[in-house]
Design a protein around this ligand. Structure first.
Ligand SMILES: [Ca+2]
Length: 136
């Protein structure tokens, strides 16, 4: 949409000044996660804000956030594996704080407490029936 405005300058000369209506760019929406074989985690509850992880690492591997540890607040697991969320501390052994089985969708990690919400540093990926390598 375009608006026009006519300005009259001293001396009676008229010029038309047009102004483009600025339409807000598409708001930053949280990236979705409906792909099979992906594990996704978001910064905020309700699968919103930045998608911090979008991964399909195989069982037996470790999936590490790209410098965004201690931020994840919601997650969906569309893989066939179990994803063990691990908290890493300087003066204690790494320990699993929650695990996400195949198909798990958790809209708000804060319901499990502050040691889960905003506290996962990486994931151990194991088979669906596997045991998380770091103790709970
Ligand atoms: Ca942590």
């Amino acid at each position: 949409m375009k608006f026009s405005k006519v300005c009259t300058l001293a001396g009676g000369v008229a010029i038309a000044a047009s102004t483009l209506l600025i339409v807000p760019t598409e708001s930053a929406q949280a990236a979705t996660c409906n792909e099979a074989n992906k594990f996704c985690g978001w910064k905020d509850a309700g699968y919103s804000n930045t998608r911090l992880i979008f991964d399909s690492s195989p069982a037996g591997s470790r999936s590490i956030f790209a410098s965004q540890q201690d931020q994840m607040s919601s997650a969906k697991n569309f893989t066939n594996n179990k994803w063990c969320g691990v908290d890493q501390e300087a003066f204690a052994p790494d320990h699993t704080v929650i695990s996400f089985g195949p198909g798990a969708q958790v809209p708000d990690l804060s319901v499990y407490g502050g040691y889960v919400n905003d506290n996962i540093d990486y994931f151990d990926v194991v088979t669906s029936g596997g045991t998380c390598p770091h103790s709970f």
